[in-house]
Design a protein around this ligand. Structure first.
Ligand SMILES: [Zn+2]
Ligand SMILES: [Zn+2]
Length: 77
């Protein structure tokens, strides 16, 4: 239940998007988005959070671990 392949669109909480479709959805949705600008997470380009909340987001980003293990994997090769 916790690992459904769906995520909530950062631009509209009403949008439940299949994770694999999120990058293209975000491209479309960001064009019609009228709210305050959102900053892009450096661990996952589909994470958009208000710039003031980015520091907290990076601390607890679900892709942080993934990002680092990928880096370590590259070094090990
Ligand atoms: Zn959307
Ligand atoms: Zn993130």
């Amino acid at each position: 239940m916790a690992d459904l392949p769906y995520a909530t669109c950062p631009y509209n909480k009403e949008h439940r998007i299949w994770k694999l479709r999120m990058p293209s959805h975000i491209m479309k949705c960001s064009k019609s988005y009228k709210g305050p600008p959102l900053a892009i997470c450096k661990y996952n380009a589909t994470h958009r959070v208000p710039p003031s909340a980015m520091e907290d987001h990076l601390e607890e980003c679900s892709d942080k671990q993934l990002f680092h293990s990928y880096e370590i994997g590259q070094i090990a090769l």
